[in-house]
Design a protein around this ligand. Sequence first.
Ligand code: ZN
Length: 64
Amino acid sequence: MSGKSIRDQERTSSQQNNQCEKCDSYISFQFARVFGDNNNRVYGCLNCEKLHVLREGEGGTTNQ
Ligand SMILES: [Zn+2]
């Protein structure tokens, strides 16, 4: 019984609402994973930055 609620809590904590650190706009979890840092924090989104700027700021990040 309690196992289900624990599982829900883990899900919630691993998929928090993500907001742009710069403009506080809501961003998708997927977007945060792609453009965010290791903590899925995004310091510039499509609302306040252009895509090529985001890519330049991504330097040093490796997925594999
Ligand atoms: Zn933004």
